[in-house]
Ligand binder design. Sequence first.
Ligand code: NI
Length: 376
Amino acid sequence: MMDMRELEEELREAFYWFHEHPELAYEEVRTTEKIRELLTAHGIEILPYELKTGLVAVIRGEKEGSVRALRCDIDALPIAEETGLSYCSAEPGKMHACGHDMHITAGIGCAILLQEKKKDLTGMVKIIFQPAEETSLGALKILETDVMEDVEKIWGFHADPTNEAGVVAVREGYVTAAVDRFVITVKGVGCHGAHPDRGIDPVLIAAAVIQALQSIVSRNINAFHPSLLSVTRVSAGTTWNVIPAEAVMEGTVRTMEREDRILYRERLHEIAKKTAQAYGAEAEVEWIEGPPATYNDRQMAENSVKLAEEMGFSTAVEESSLGGDDFAFYEEKIPGCYVKLGTGIGHPIHHPAFEVKPEMLLRAARFLCACLTAVF
Ligand code: NI
């Protein structure tokens, strides 16, 4: 039998190491090596995929059964840490401010616990240590391999600073939004600031487009469907007395429902192009598709709550958010469940003082292990 206190200590030390050594998306080389080292020390098999960063571990049960997977994301953020912790980031300007250091550690803990109970484990569990979640596209690197081909169910999880350490929060249905990005370029005609009649002012048109875009959520989308559009960057001109030839707007659209995502895309194109046309200009629209919305399978969500309660954890209803997670790409193939694990109430994720209470690590590992062991 595994000594739980020893495991807790091992996880705590691993967590300190990962927190101290954050690496940004697609650069998680040392992180990957450390994960490999910790897993192989416990005799855990790593699948021979040629991933530049990230890896997939596998625990083969000795009883017949299905293949399940767990996704843990491993990348950090370009944020300068302000926690003052003794194990704070040793990399200037980089920080595990989204708790992915906890995700790695809990994933390793879960793998160790599963390896210990191999004899009674049915089927197979794959633990995916995925790079570059913060780009919204790291999951696609994993999906380029055949790792998901035999997987029937997948679990994902995230650090949750809105709940006390160890609280398990779950909900069925939509949990995070589809994330799309757009860039609109209005092409007018530049001229002297004192003679707007001799040009076509793209700044005025950009203002009209920005105003009109907000009518999509209020006039086109079903009022009971959560969604939003934000124009987050506007750029035009170089000085005060010249009307520029171009104005660029960039932003994001967040939706839960598939049909809303399509509607936003259509209306955004229409509004940008036709508004520009009305003023005698042209608009180019670039639409950059990110992950779809994450959706928790009803059965998996219900059973996760049941398991958490049986194990004596406090549970809560997971807050849904118009943030995104590329976990949704896996769920395009198979049913999944994305839960939030309380890391202690404090600063929000992506904040320079965000902190994970390390006492939740073993609890997180035990809960994830239970989800992946249970057959439902
Ligand atoms: Ni995150």
